[in-house]
Design a protein around this ligand. Structure first.
Ligand code: SAH
Ligand code: SF4
Ligand code: F3S
Length: 469
């Protein structure tokens, strides 16, 4: 029996036990799009095991928390939630499963056992596919299970998946990270970088296209090093439709009928080779918004962060892309208050923000992560300085976004309609190529289509427009 057959057999076993019981599950995903994509796989398996989704904790027979640990607030959130679900466990024996990145941290699992011992399953990032087996064991003998692997688990292809959206889909193209930026916990909890095979990725995307999906977001911690480790270590991989790098992957996806838009997060500035820039330029389906994580604008801080590029290299990369890719726009991630960041260093960050003019900036206050080199650095920045810098950065970013929004007024944008607006049932919502939210009037028949929209008003986080006839 192959590994995937064994997994599907466990799913069948639980499904049989659950049949006719009208069981429900609740899932809460914390963290990034990779985690969301993992949750979609969990949902796929859980639904095949005859649970239906509920948004109410108190209706659930199975509660799953898929955790993140990239910053401290994620931990506070999990412990808060666990406090909340304890009563359901006591009242009706709800099965409680906790998985994801935080479970790869030994001190957290210890804390769980000490302070929240009522959980049934903890599973890590390398054992996602074993969830049905763990659940089967719990249903049978209710003995708590810890299913966490330290080593890089195999990624099993072909598990069921239940996707959140029916216009846009995320596809993980690689797992893990080898960069060890000194602030970041991800390499420790997601393991070493490994790429999925071209054939598996392309088959998945072709199937998504057949199902009517229009937009694909390729996910990975360092997408533009796709297949690099395999090449460096002479790990055999099978080329498929000419795909042997990130640039060729973009080109192959660009040819898939039905897919209209391709996005990717996150590339690393140090690996932004010319072939990728050319692919963005030549592939008409690849969106011209490039998410290019800056983290800091100071060469000193970047060195301490182990990012492997300087302020000047970042700016010249942006300059090169602006020259080569018509209508290119940028978004970024920035951390303020990394150990040793001086006022001058912070000014460098503001300087890069002013020079690039980002469409969107995801701003973070540096958070110490146990086990990372950053945590051991002595010159930690006091909280009030971190907050003060964060507020100054936020002000600059918001004033830039306001100015950028004004430039959209009166323009005609290609908007992929994603669905009804959450706040107003009579309105539709969609996104421009540059990922700006656009709200407009229109009928449901437009959902999943790219329509031309004239922008009529701008607001901080969205634009309003009218369909061009
Ligand atoms: N692999 C991606 C990002 C992964 S984590 C990349 O390299 O861009 C997402 C973002 O969280 C990072 O870009 C960074 O800005 C932020 N982040 C990571 N660790 C952090 C920490 N310890 N404190 C604050 N922000 C952090
Ligand atoms: Fe973390 Fe750096 Fe890897 Fe991104 S590239 S996941 S920031 S270590
Ligand atoms: Fe993502 Fe958080 Fe894990 S950002 S990779 S879910 S630590």
């Amino acid at each position: 029996m192959t590994k995937i057959e064994a997994k599907l057999e466990d799913i069948e076993k639980v499904a049989k036990i659950n049949i006719g019981k009208n069981l429900k599950y609740y899932i809460l995903t914390m963290g990034c799009q990779l985690n969301e994509n993992d949750s979609e796989k969990l949902c796929g398996m859980i639904e095949k095991m005859n649970y239906t989704k509920t948004e109410n904790l108190n209706d659930a027979d199975l509660i799953v928390f898929n955790t993140c640990c990239v910053r401290e607030n994620a931990e506070d959130r999990l412990f808060g939630k666990l406090g909340e679900v304890k009563k359901y466990k006591e009242e009706k024996g709800t099965i409680i499963a906790i998985g994801g990145c935080m479970m790869q941290e030994k001190h957290i699992v210890e804390k769980l056992k000490e302070s929240y011992p009522f959980f049934d399953i903890v599973f890590g990032t390398h054992t996602l596919h074993k969830f049905p087996t763990d659940l089967y064991k719990i249903i049978n003998n209710r003995k708590r299970i810890e299913d966490i692997l330290d080593i890089d688990g195999e990624v099993i292809e072909g598990l069921p998946i239940s996707r959140e959206d029916n216009v846009k889909a995320s596809v993980t193209i690689m797992n893990g990270c080898n960069n060890f930026c000194s602030y970041c916990i991800v390499p420790y909890v997601r393991g070493r970088e490994r790429s999925r095979m071209p054939k598996d990725i392309l088959t998945e995307i072709k199937n998504l296209a057949k199902m009517g999906y229009k937009e694909i977001t390729l996910l990975g911690q360092n997408v533009n090093s796709y297949l690099r480790v395999e090449k460096e270590k002479n790990i055999e991989f099978e080329e498929y439709e000419g795909v042997n790098s990130f640039a060729t992957l973009l080109q192959a996806i660009n040819k898939i009928d039905g897919i209209e838009r391709i996005r990717f997060i996150s590339p690393h500035p140090k690996d932004f080779t010319d072939d990728v820039i050319e692919a963005i330029c030549n592939c008409q389906k690849v969106c011209k918004l490039v998410h290019l994580p800056l983290q800091s604008g100071s060469t000193n801080v970047l060195k301490q962060m182990n990012r492997k590029y300087t302020k000047e290299q970042y700016l010249s990369l942006v300059k090169k892309m602006k020259a080569k890719i018509p209508n290119v726009t940028f978004s970024t991630d920035i951390i303020v208050g990394f150990p040793g960041e001086t006022e001058e260093d912070f000014e460098d960050t503001l300087d890069v923000v002013r020079k690039v003019g980002f469409e969107q900036v995801y701003m973070f206050i540096y958070s110490r992560r146990v086990g990372t080199p950053g945590d051991k650095m002595e010159n930690q920045i006091p909280e009030e300085i971190k907050h003060e810098r964060f507020d100054r950065l936020k002000q600059l970013v918001e004033s830039q976004i306001e100015a950028r929004n004004k430039e959209y007024l009166g323009t005609i944008q290609k908007v992929l309609i994603e669905g009804k607006s959450k706040n107003n049932d009579n309105m539709l919502t969609g996104r421009t190529d540059s990922n700006k939210v656009v709200v407009l009037e229109g009928t449901e028949s437009l959902i999943g289509k790219i329509v031309l929209v004239k922008i009529t008003s701008e607001h901080m986080w969205y634009l309003k427009g009218k369909e061009e006839s």
